[in-house]
Structure formats: C-alpha cells, structure tokens
Design a protein. Structure first.
Length: 299
C-alpha cells in the first residue's frame, strides 16, 4: 500500500501521504457501502466530502462521510412508529458498516450501547458511526430526519488520479489498487442543499471549522452564493432547532459570531488544504461574517 500511496502522491503532485492514505480508505468505504442493499436507493451523499469528490475536485482533503435518508415520508409518522423505524434503519445501516469494516480491516461493532462505535442525537434522528484504524477514526454520520429542499442527483465520485493519464505499465503494476480506487456513481445532494446545510452548521455549531467556510467559498466561486438562498437557509436551520444542542449553540453564536484568527489559522484545518487559500478568501470571509450576523438575527 505504501508504494501505491507514493505513486498517487507523485502523479497528483500532492505530498501529504497520511491524508492520501485516508482518502483511499474513505473512498473504498464509500464504494463498499454504496453497493450494499440497505444503502442503495435510500441515502444521499452530502457535505464537504461530496463537494470534493463529486463536484469541485480536490481543493482539500475530507476526513468523514455524511449522508441523509432519501425518503423522508418514511419518517413522517406517529412518534412510536418513528422510533421503531429509526431503530430498524440504524441497525440495518450498522450491519452494512460491519461488513465494510471487515473487508477493509477496520474496527467497528454494531453495538448501539457502545459510544466508541455509535452515538445518537435528537432522539435517534441523527446517528454517528465511528470506525477505527488504530487510533485514527473515520466518522460516518447519518441524518435520518431532514427537511430536504432540492432533489438529489446521480453523480460520479472521483479520485486524486481522475483525469491523470497513466502509462500501461503503471496500470498493470498497480491494477489491484487501481481497481479499488476507481470512479463510481452515487446518489448525492444538489450543491444548493449542501450550501444551506453548510451555513446552518456554522450557525449551530459550538465551534466553527475553517473547512466549512472554504467549502462555502468554493460554492460561491461556482455561482452558488449564500445570499441567493437566505430563505432556504432559514428554513433548514429552523428545522434543525428540534435539537436542543443546536438551539443552545445558535443562541450563543448570535452574540459572538466573529471569524477570528483562531478559525483562520487552525493548524489542523489548514493541514487539510491541498493548496493555500487565495487572497480572495479573506474578502469572502469578511462578507460571510456580515451575512452570518444577519441570518442569526432571524432566529
């Protein structure tokens, strides 16, 4: 594997071997669960990982996978029925992850009582699965109940080697690894839905993450601007306030939304970037700060 990681690094001209190794693992995990019966046709890929791997290419590395249940009417039922269905789907998805973990030599147990592997939020409307490779964690988060505003789409999941022409002897030598690190099709969020949820995350998180702002910067550069979707952002944020944690975080953020040095210069977040942000990102952050204050005042 180390030789293949070096090969990918050289070909893509990205010299971060540990993050390349994690990207290969996340890619294989996504590919594996994407073809499992409980997943196929039922979930939408979303978040920053989706932007990087499906829409805008590798401007940064991603360290987790996020999905939303596609058929929201399935959960538009009485509370007792809702809890039963959430339990069923949580268990079913966990079984898929168990199979994927075995295939990829990851540590995971489908045990809802063990918080090392599974955590619930919002009365099980949100589930976080944690898979381990040594001390490194891959987080897989599912929103089972979500206010979906835009239709999903089928889109190609790409790799660091996408659009790089390989020599015939390179293809033959690394054939096994290239077969596992190949493009495939997944059902995913529309860019607008990702934008709305990114802004919501910033408003309702206890601590903001630089990667979320850079994802919004990339969306903005591709014509998806937050100011065009104010009402959609407000609607999705209101829906998330079902969770007490998010209500509390939003109230705290309303008073102190400032994009300070600690966010911009966070070394871990900066380390995920493949190239340094351009100077235009600083101007975008100033604009985004004003927009966030205006949005927070709506609640």
């Amino acid at each position: 594997m180390s030789e293949f990681i070096g090969f990918v690094s050289s070909k893509a001209r990205v010299y971060k071997p540990l993050l390349i190794e994690q990207d290969i693992l996340i890619h294989r995990l996504l590919d594996t669960i994407n073809t499992s019966p409980p997943f196929t046709g039922n979930y939408l890929f979303k978040g920053g990982s989706c932007l990087v791997k499906c829409y805008f290419g590798y401007y940064r590395f991603s360290v987790d996978l996020d999905f939303t249940w596609k058929h929201q009417t399935h959960f538009n039922v009485a509370k007792s029925t809702l809890q039963r269905r959430l339990k069923d789907e949580t268990t079913s998805f966990g079984k898929s992850l168990m199979e994927a973990a075995k295939k990829l030599d990851l540590d995971f147990k489908n045990d809802p009582t063990d918080r090392r592997y599974i955590e619930f939020g919002g009365s099980k409307r949100m589930t976080t699965y944690k898979l381990w490779k040594g001390k490194d964690m891959i987080k897989v988060q599912i929103n089972f109940v979500e206010d979906l505003l835009f239709p999903g789409k089928k889109i190609q999941v790409r790799t660091l080697l996408d659009s790089i022409e390989l020599e015939r002897d390179e293809q033959a030598y690394f054939s096994e690894y290239l077969e596992a690190y190949k493009t495939f099709i997944v059902e995913a969020y529309d860019e607008r839905e990702i934008l709305c949820e990114k802004v919501r995350a910033i408003l309702t998180r206890k601590t903001q993450k630089l990667r979320d702002f850079y994802d919004l910067f990339m969306l903005d550069g591709h014509g998806f601007k937050a100011e065009q979707f104010t009402e959609e952002i407000v609607r999705k944020t209101r829906a998330s306030l079902h969770y007490r944690k998010y209500r509390n975080n939003l109230e705290a953020n309303k008073a102190i939304i400032e994009l300070g040095h600690d966010i911009l210069e966070n070394p871990y977040e900066r380390g995920l970037f493949i190239t340094n942000p351009p100077t235009a990102f600083d101007r975008f952050m100033d604009k985004m700060s004003d927009q966030l204050k205006e949005l927070a005042a709506r609640f």
